[in-house]
Design a protein around this ligand. Structure first.
Ligand code: FE2
Ligand code: FE2
Length: 193
């Protein structure tokens, strides 16, 4: 799905279903990190006007998602837990090229963001199809569509700002690396766990 080379272990849903409180808290913080990531691209690349426009729009959407997840938490009589670390995202980040010109770093940051959107979208799809809770099924279907759009946006910006770089080659490298990483996940009740 969306270029991903390895599907999530189907048993992940069974793990998630046993701890809805944990998945909702973790999910809420994933949305917060998505807001921060968009804003941080604006901070690093203010002169890319089109990118700034789009990142501000995405930040608003991700903030709305954060709010939606918080509503779900409240509706269920739960309380948002403390921020969770996202080990998967930290692992992915290691693949970022360091010490390169900022134009190269930008392409990598956009591909890194596209990849997180793609994997999140895959996880939402699994939840929308397999979770037994009808309310959450519907909820994740809607979010899946939104994250798929973000995936496309990040990937198109990577292509747009690639200059002489071979983006397709680099994207394939990212996909290979992600497949290696994800093979050790799918065992925890977190969005990327
Ligand atoms: Fe989101
Ligand atoms: Fe997103």
């Amino acid at each position: 799905m969306l270029g991903l080379k390895l599907a999530t272990d189907p048993r992940w849903v069974n793990i998630v279903e046993k701890n809805i409180e944990e998945i909702l808290t973790d999910h809420a913080w994933c949305e917060q990190k998505a807001v921060s990531n968009s804003i941080s691209l604006v901070i690093s690349y203010p002169e890319y006007t089109e990118l700034v426009d789009e990142m501000l729009a995405i930040a608003k959407e991700e903030l709305a998602h954060f709010e939606m997840v918080h509503q779900k938490i409240k509706q269920r009589g739960l309380v948002l837990g403390k921020e969770r670390r996202d080990e998967y995202v930290n692992d992915l980040y290691q693949f970022m090229r360091k010490g390169y010109k900022r134009e190269i770093a930008l392409v990598d940051r956009l591909l890194f963001s596209a990849l997180i959107e793609a994997r999140s979208c895959e996880r939402f799809k699994i939840l929308s199809e397999q979770i037994r809770d009808e309310d959450l099924k519907q909820f994740y279907r809607e979010l899946m569509i939104s994250e798929a759009t973000h995936y496309t946006t990040f990937l198109s910006f990577a292509r747009k700002y690639s200059g002489k770089q071979d983006v397709d080659k680099r994207w394939q490298e990212w996909l290979d690396y992600e497949a290696e990483i994800i093979s050790k996940y799918g065992k925890k009740e977190t969005m990327h766990g």
